[in-house]
Design a binder for this molecule. Structure first.
Ligand code: SF4
Ligand code: F3S
Ligand code: FES
Length: 248
């Protein structure tokens, strides 16, 4: 059965904006993105929203629904009561371009700062077989659709713009962890993670894991193991001695 939903949508640009109220018809089985599209089609033709697949796989439609970071195409209207006012706002951590569209180039900048996969120089195709456990670890991390909801949620940058230069965010600390734990990668990424990409700023609040639409265990399977690797070296007496002797 259809009904009329009350929507409150943020409209504006970098110079400022405000919430606008709309009443929009809803049909059974629809998601928030359907309602935003109906709003565009019938009442606000210049409303900006980024989307592509409408299947939770492209990571384009990230925004905040009632203050919670969500994919608009995967947020079912049936999760709200008919009387509820549904507030849709752009991701807070990134600069607004227009309405619900944000400039997520911060994330592409962080991606570029991570050296790519580095296998041994003399490794030839077919020379190496990976263990299933190593394959599965990488596969979990590679489910990432780069929606950047985890990046948007992490309080290290959400509440502290000044941390952006020194913090890669959960998605890219996970990328470093994936490569660091890859049996074929010979680069040592521990200093990069700790000193340049802000691993120490993460205090494992797990908010990133909670919002990940791919249910990747970002904190438990990537960030904590990466912290352990950094700590192992720091507190290993042989490594400590080696650093004293050879790194003056
Ligand atoms: Fe999105 Fe999850 Fe990837 Fe973060 S790790 S960008 S929340 S899919
Ligand atoms: Fe941020 Fe996730 Fe760490 S939310 S603090 S990166 S556990
Ligand atoms: Fe592709 Fe929502 S439109 S994830």
């Amino acid at each position: 059965m259809g009904y009329d939903a009350k929507f409150r949508v943020w409209r504006g640009d970098l110079d400022g904006g405000e919430l606008h109220d709309f009443t929009v018809p809803v049909n059974e089985g629809e998601v928030v993105l359907d309602i935003i599209h109906r709003l565009q089609a019938t009442q606000a033709p210049d409303l900006a929203v980024r989307w592509n697949c409408k299947a939770g796989k492209c990571g384009s439609c990230s925004a905040e629904v009632n203050g919670r970071p969500r994919l608009l195409c995967m947020t079912r209207m049936s999760t709200f009561t008919e009387a509820e006012v549904i507030t849709v706002t752009p991701m807070r951590t990134f600069p607004v371009v227009k309405d619900l569209v944000t400039d997520v180039s911060f994330n592409y900048q962080k991606a570029r700062e991570i050296p790519s996969f580095t296998p041994p120089a003399d490794l030839k195709p077919g020379d190496y077989r990976m263990k299933q456990v190593d394959v599965e670890r990488s596969q979990e991390f590679r489910k990432c659709i780069e929606c950047f909801l985890c990046q948007n949620t992490c309080h290290v940058v959400r509440d502290h713009e000044e941390n952006k230069t020194s913090f890669a965010g959960p998605r890219f600390l996970m990328r470093i962890a994936e490569l660091e734990m890859h049996p074929l990668d010979v680069a040592d990424r521990r200093d990069l993670a700790q000193d340049e990409q802000g691993l120490g700023l993460c205090n494992i609040t797990k908010c990133c894991t909670e919002v990940c639409p791919e249910h990747i265990k970002i904190t438990d399977n990537a960030l904590i193991p990466m912290k352990e690797r950094v700590a192992d070296r720091k507190y290993d007496p042989l490594v400590w001695l080696g650093n004293k002797l050879f790194r003056r």
